[in-house]
Design a protein. Sequence first.
Length: 306
Amino acid sequence: MSATVPAPARQEVRRAGIPLRQRLRARGIDGITLLVLPALLALIALFVYPFVYGLVVSFAPKVGPFYENYRKFFSDPFLRSTIWHTLALAFPTTLLSILLALPIAFRVRLMRRQRALTTILLLPMTLGTVLVAQGLLTYLGPHGWFNRVLLLLHITQAPLLLTNNYWGVFASLVLTGFPFTFLLTLSYVSGIDPALEEAAATLGGRAWDRFRRIFLPLLAPGLAVTFCLSFVQSFSVFPSAVLLGAPAGSTHVISIAAYQAAFEQYNYSLGSAIAMIMGVVQLVIVIAVLASRQLFYRGPVGGTKG
């Protein structure tokens, strides 16, 4: 009667007859997987290492305990208010961009010359933030064309103050952020099969019902991602807040506070701490928005084009 071979021993016998390359491939490690290494190294060099370095520096204040920079930020009303100033700009501009992009995207997807109109709508993205700010200063300033027309038509008795305040930065963020938001929204809207809307219309569904019951559930995941990306872009506002806003007042955003701490006060530790706080606030908002997708739709999103 032959002796029974233990299970670990049988596994070793099997492994002995299989080449190493095949065993690695079975675990998902092959030549194609190695192509990810350059991107992984670039991610570590450009993001992970600077983030870890900044985090360590933020806990090394010039004086006081290791948490002194964070205590200083949250105990100073002027610094603490930069979070609300930034949110007051980022939230409305992001929401307005999405509200403008949705109907335009629905209209553009049905047009024959879609590329031409899309190119025109994307032009502000190519101009850059500084050039857009300079243009708005010329157009919306007290002596700009917009106020001249209002005075000429006797709509107002005095020039409207639309620059060097909150509204100047708001207009700049909408102009520079809308093309990016529109492009993402158009990609999601164009991916929905028109047959779904046609079937709903055949069954007597009104336009609002078709949007609420068909388009919104299918668009909710994409709109959440669009909101997050547009929000992060608006939250990091810096040139517009300086050129078109009031950096010492209503548009004293958190990025300006980090810049002033690091490059005007030469307190790199405090500047790093403010940058870390800025990242945490963005991360909290992004997680909340992505989690809220479940409130709109929990089912599959398989109604898109193949």
